[in-house]
Ligand binder design. Sequence first.
Ligand code: ARG
Length: 286
Amino acid sequence: MTAAALPTSRPRSRTPETRGYLMCPPRFFEVTYAINPWMDPSKPVDADLAMAQWRELRDTYVRLGHTVAEIEPQQGLPDMVFAANSGTVIGGRVLGARFRAPERQAEADLYRRWFIENGFSDVTMPSEINEGEGDLTWTGDVLLAGTGFRTDPAAHTEAQEVFGVPVVSLRLVDPRYYHLDTALMVLTPARDGQPAEVAYFPGAFSEGSRRVLERMFPDAILAGPDDAAVLGLNGVSDGRNVVLPAQATKLAEQVSDRGYEPVMVDMSELRKAGGGPKCCTLELRG
Ligand code: ARG
């Protein structure tokens, strides 16, 4: 047995699934407050570059065959571009958001209205602090739920009641990885008895949560600190194409070794607010 043993199972054939996404153009993007360690209001951001990078991400999804809906941004809500935080959609059912930071609280109702106006009739607004897909990750059979910085553990129970799916709480311990989607991504959802395939950065999680992840996903891709530090785990997979931040080069090799197609996008400007591709993308499931 060599140290660099190949995965025991042959890579599955990687078939992309068509996805529906909701995105918000960063027309009013800026960094005027700091609610995570990436944000420094004294450093300039290039709004045009942020918009160009966002468009590149949107066009990448369209090129890959996905559907992208857009919500109108609003002045004074610079983080509204991070659509992933505004809800969780599973089987057409929507659990809205309730933000921790006062600066972002008004976003929740704008997204709620978007859901109602766009045919989502089953929308529940949470009573507990819940930053949407930022902290709630659907694997296809369980909802992984982050806590520690933003989403309240009581919101995990609330999500379980709303969706009627098992919820597994995970504790985040590194402030740079303040949302679950900065530390873990689903590459292939669970399907027909096959477990989900995920990638994660172990250093973002508490000791107990790491053990939970090892138990649930023994074959996970473990990302290293360098890829985590460019928000490499904030990627979006359709089961074949894995959209990753351009700087996450080692992770790109790791997913490629498993038969995925890395698709690199540069999100350096949006990273100044602590966001990557996934943060800009809310998945509309069902
Ligand atoms: N500045 C935003 C915040 O701190 C970034 C959110 C990034 N979104 C995400 N899904 N991780 O709330």
